[in-house]
Design a protein around this ligand. Structure first.
Ligand code: C2E
Ligand code: MG
Ligand code: MG
Ligand code: MG
Length: 274
């Protein structure tokens, strides 16, 4: 009891901890305000066909710049959004921005670029998720939009994910499993989920040059994807050596700083579409 009491006193008077808690609360408040005022933006990263070196699409990644806090990493604010139960709202804003950009580009460049957006498990639980997606994407072909769902998010409620992903795919959206290899989905699930693309997690891509077992794993994922008729995209390619090896292993797509970092829409268009 004495030890516990001591711990309690220690916590209450621990100024460093208190400062941390109030900084986090402040960050959360600023984030909720930014979301409510539509201040989030998107950056786009090119997706490259490894065989030809051509840019074949882009991934839209959410960005939050705050006057006071500066650029805050998605690792932090996506987690805040999840905890605050507003990830579905964030997803709607990102998809809306992405779709209006696609329409603009279609008009300006005469062809519709393919874009991927990230979708969190919380979004599946929103009652009208499919209807919302359809109405936001009205006017562009659903086939040009890929929804990326992480393997671990898929496994939070596999039954719900299965139902929603099937409906989305019935409407023409393409589906990708993000960070593949880091979650715990079974082959059986993989076969049931109506996915089109496996995105090989960057941890394996970056380890495979030096680590034989990571290389074997990447090779196995690609072979398995081929068997199931799925496309593969490798994430986090930072060197020519990694790109070359992935190409040799039969991986179709690649993304990473070696090809291009995520950049604001105008810069993306100038670099990759003009
Ligand atoms: P992700 O979807 O797997 O996106 C890839 C992340 O890897 C991005 O980080 C990207 O900037 C980074 N990246 C790309 N190439 C390289 C590389 O060569 N090296 C390294 N070290 N990193 C690379 P970012 O933008 O910080 O996003 C982190 C994660 O936050 C995303 O991972 C995604 O899970 C989540 N996220 C971002 N935007 C959204 C969104 O709109 N909705 C949801 N639900 N999640 C999002
Ligand atoms: Mg992604
Ligand atoms: Mg990923
Ligand atoms: Mg990730």
């Amino acid at each position: 009891y004495e030890a516990k009491q001591h711990e309690l006193d220690y916590c209450v008077f621990d100024e460093a901890l208190q400062r941390k808690v109030s900084a986090e609360r402040h960050q959360t408040e600023r984030f909720l305000q930014a979301l409510a005022q539509g201040e989030l933006s998107i950056a786009l990263q090119p997706q490259i066909d490894l065989a030809t070196g051509q840019c074949v699409g882009a991934e839209a990644l959410c960005r939050w710049y705050d006057q006071e806090l500066g650029h805050v990493s998605p690792a932090i604010f996506i987690d805040i959004a999840r905890k605050q139960g507003v990830l579905a709202e964030l997803g709607i804003q990102v998809l809306t921005k992405t779709c209006s950009l696609m329409k603009e580009w279609q008009q300006r460049y005469g062809q519709l670029p393919k874009v991927s957006v990230n979708v969190g498990a919380q979004q599946f639980a929103a009652p009208d998720v499919v209807e919302d997606f359809l109405s936001i994407c009205k006017g562009i072909e659903a086939q040009a939009v890929t929804l990326e769902i992480t393997e671990s998010d898929l496994m939070i409620d596999p039954q719900l994910a299965l139902t929603v992903t099937r409906r989305l795919r019935d409407h023409g959206f393409r589906l990708a499993i993000d960070d593949f290899g880091t979650g715990y989905s079974s082959l059986a699930y993989l076969q049931q989920f109506a996915v089109d693309i496996l995105k090989i997690d960057m941890s394996f891509v970056q380890a495979m040059i030096k680590d034989e077992s990571s290389k074997t794993l990447v090779n196995t994922i690609i072979a398995m994807a081929q068997t199931l008729g799925l496309e593969t995209i490798a994430e986090g390619i930072e060197t020519a050596e990694q790109a070359q090896l992935l190409k040799e292993l039969g991986c179709q797509g690649g993304q990473g700083y070696y090809f291009g970092r995520p950049v604001p829409p105008e810069e993306f268009a100038k670099t990759w579409l003009e």
